[in-house]
Design a protein around this ligand. Structure first.
Ligand SMILES: *[C@@H]1O[C@H](CO)[C@@H](O)[C@H](O)[C@H]1NC(C)=O
Ligand SMILES: *[C@@H]1O[C@H](CO)[C@@H](O)[C@H](O)[C@H]1NC(C)=O
Ligand SMILES: *[C@@H]1O[C@H](CO)[C@@H](O)[C@H](O)[C@H]1NC(C)=O
Ligand SMILES: *[C@@H]1O[C@H](CO)[C@@H](O)[C@H](O)[C@H]1NC(C)=O
Ligand SMILES: *[C@@H]1O[C@H](CO)[C@@H](O)[C@H](O)[C@H]1NC(C)=O
Ligand SMILES: *[C@@H]1O[C@H](CO)[C@@H](O)[C@H](O)[C@H]1NC(C)=O
Ligand SMILES: *[C@@H]1O[C@H](CO)[C@@H](O)[C@H](O)[C@H]1NC(C)=O
Length: 443
């Protein structure tokens, strides 16, 4: 019909192929350095006489994982393709790349420092590999368009270079699960677009730089499982976009900063396994908390009387501290509560009947306190209860009959002051997997 457009297309194709051939060479050099190449079957050499696919895949833009625009390779995406071997320097010859995703393979060796400037690269994901060595400074000097940098879950060592300040567009930084050491550089505070800072399970030490407070876009901050040995800086209260803060098991001391109450979007606050002391600041009551965990710290004072302000809290994990008060009856007004643990504290008084006004409760752990009184119908309304642990308190009276009607899988009543015989129905309860009531007074 109309041969004219066809000719134009063919000419364009030929021109682009000719122009792109150094890029084909760069891709082939990457391939040749690797083992286990099933994923790269379509990456054929021009001069392979046995390869019947060579005309089909003559253009490297047709190869698996490769995307081109105007004949230039703009994206290379080979996540979880069992690639083994080094990250070839030749990849840095693909100077039109905007996205490079080689995550979840078994790549080894260093990130090459030489090579061209990938000035358009926005996403670099080499997470979940076996890469090692330091994070090259050149990476932070040359790749100035990066918005996503994922090097997590490798064995990188050394420190996070202060040159990271050059990555002005960086929104998501994943460096965790490596052997990175030293301090978090204060220059991170200059990354004004940063929304995710994921740096758990390294060897990072404190102090946490005050400058982190400048990150007004930061929504997720995870520095858990690092030997930080410092306190939480008050400037954390300036993170107005913060939704998730995970500082579990980071050797933190000092108190929980009241400024956290200014992080109005904070929904998940995980501070367990540290040495934090002092009271739970009342300022936290203003937050729409979803998950709150402070297990295994040195927190003192009462269980907060404002707790019912947390209308959407699901997980309330307060065990192994030194909280000393009664259990506030208002806790039953936390109507979304599914899990509560206040084990190993110094709580006194009886268990309030209001607790089971929270209809979704599945797990209640109150063991190792000084709770007393009887539990008549305290748990009768907890129709979703699968775990109840009351071990080592001073609870008296009879073990109630209705336990057998609850969906309990775990019921532990040891070391209390229960009297009377156990209701026979408990033994026929179909779901009960774990039941114990040793160390009680029997008649
Ligand atoms: C990459 O580029 C460098 C310099 O431009 C060149 O010397 C080298 O041969 C190229 N490597 C490949 C595999 O294309
Ligand atoms: C780390 O990467 C390996 C290899 O891809 C994967 O099997 C493992 O689940 C990853 N670990 C984490 C914690 O993501
Ligand atoms: C939190 O907000 C209060 C009232 O606006 C202010 O006085 C306080 O300085 C803020 N704290 C932080 C750490 O931002
Ligand atoms: C926290 O621990 C560090 C290092 O052990 C110590 O220098 C600092 O004084 C402690 N801070 C508080 C508030 O206890
Ligand atoms: C729980 O909330 C209801 C309605 O908002 C209120 O009437 C009741 O007094 C509250 N209960 C407690 C123990 O605060
Ligand atoms: C158990 O939870 C469901 C929602 O998962 C809720 O609709 C129901 O009322 C609860 N059951 C009882 C007996 O409270
Ligand atoms: C249990 O009750 C008896 C009798 O009232 C009392 O002597 C004993 O101290 C109580 N034991 C505990 C652990 O509270």
């Amino acid at each position: 019909m109309a041969p004219f457009p066809l000719i134009i297309i063919s000419l364009f194709l030929l021109a682009s192929l000719a122009a792109a051939s150094p890029e084909k060479e760069a891709l082939l050099a990457f391939k040749r350095a690797l083992q286990d190449l099933q994923a790269l079957e379509t990456w054929v050499e021009d001069d392979d006489p046995n390869d019947h696919d060579k005309y089909l895949y003559f253009s490297h833009c047709e190869w698996a994982g490769v995307e081109c625009r105007h004949g230039r390779v703009t994206s290379l995406a080979l996540p979880a393709r069992s690639l083994e071997g080094p990250l070839s320097t030749s990849l840095f010859n693909l100077t039109a790349l905007t996205s490079l995703d080689l995550s979840g393979n078994a790549l080894t060796g260093n990130i090459p420092t030489e090579g061209g400037d990938l000035v358009d690269l926005e996403t670099l994901n080499v997470g979940n590999n076996l890469l090692s060595g330091s994070l090259p400074v050149a990476l932070f000097q040359k790749l100035q368009s990066l918005t996503v940098l994922d090097v997590a879950n490798n064995t990188f060592s050394g420190s996070i270079p202060s040159e990271i300040r050059n990555l002005k567009s960086l929104a998501h930084l994943y460096v965790g699960i490596n052997q990175l050491s030293g301090r978090l550089p204060s220059e991170i505070g200059e990354l004004s677009q940063l929304r995710t800072l994921f740096a758990p399970s390294c060897n990072l030490i404190g102090p946490i730089p005050e400058e982190l407070g400048e990150l007004t876009q930061l929504a997720k901050l995870d520095l858990s499982y690092n030997p930080l040995k410092c306190s939480i800086p008050g400037s954390i209260g300036k993170l107005h976009s913060l939704q998730v803060l995970n500082l579990v098991s980071s050797e933190l001391n000092g108190s929980i900063p009241s400024g956290l109450g200014n992080c109005s979007k904070l929904r998940t606050l995980m501070l367990s396994f540290n040495s934090l002391s002092g009271f739970l600041p009342e300022e936290l009551s203003e937050l729409s908390m979803f998950t709150f965990s402070v297990e295994k710290n040195d927190l003192t004072g009462p269980l907060p009387s404002w707790i019912d302000k947390w209308k959407s809290v699901n997980y309330l994990m307060l065990s192994t501290n030194r909280f000393s008060s009664k259990i506030p009856p208002k806790i039953g007004n936390c109507s979304m509560l599914t899990h509560i643990s206040v084990s190993c504290n110094m709580l006194t008084g009886s268990i309030p009947n209001e607790l089971c006004n929270a209809p979704l409760l599945q797990e209640i752990d109150l063991d190792n306190n000084f709770l007393s009184g009887i539990i008549d119908d305290t748990f009768a309304k907890c129709g979703n209860l699968t775990q109840l642990v009351l071990v080592n308190n001073k609870i008296e009276g009879r073990v109630p009959e209705y336990f057998s009607t609850l969906p309990l899988a775990v019921l532990e009543l040891d070391s209390n002051n229960f009297t009377g015989s156990l209701p026979a129905s408990i033994w026929s309860s179909p779901r009960l997997m774990e039941f114990s009531a040793a160390g009680n007074v029997r008649e």
